[in-house]
Ligand binder design. Sequence first.
Ligand code: HEC
Length: 167
Amino acid sequence: MRGSIVIACVAGVIASLIWAGRPSGAAPAANEVMTPVQRADSTPRGKLKNPYSDTDAAVVAAGNRLFMNYACSGCHGGTGGGGMCPPLTNDIWVYGGDDDTLFRLVAYGSQELQAKGYSRKGQENVVAPMPPMGGIVKTDDDLWRILAFVRANYHGAPQCKYGCPAN
Ligand code: HEC
């Protein structure tokens, strides 16, 4: 009995050494769960795409819960319609309305996003920095579900759902 516990411990230590020995710069496999920042860092600009549809009711409901749990609602209001901060549901997109830009904006925050070369296109009633939420939202999957919920609540002009054509 004791022997098998020792073996289990040794195996655990070896596994964690192998894990720690992974080169830190190595790109994780595409299907691996990552934090939002890892996902954004390891994906070329313009290539982040939501795997979920905003018509998938179960995903949207999960995204709604996460939006509350991660306190996005504290700033943006319960349905993303704006509170102290800009609405997420209208056709004004501050940095662009495509999946790639929204994912990076939430992961990095608006200041780092701008430092990475993205520029402000629109202006809402509130102009303040969007905090980096990439260290708070646990996984890329959680963030995609949240963004599916945001899309499902979009009430602006249909042609501007993913950014206005003129932008
Ligand atoms: C402390 C307040 C605060 C919190 C918390 C917050 N945001 Fe924001 N968010 C902002 C502000 C302010 C902006 C506008 C940034 C600007 O004008 O540069 C913004 C912008 C955005 C935008 C772009 C809106 C547009 O019209 O282009 C999205 C999408 C967004 N936030 C999603 C989220 C999500 C998802 C969360 C939770 C994971 C979250 N925010 C948490 C303050 C907040």
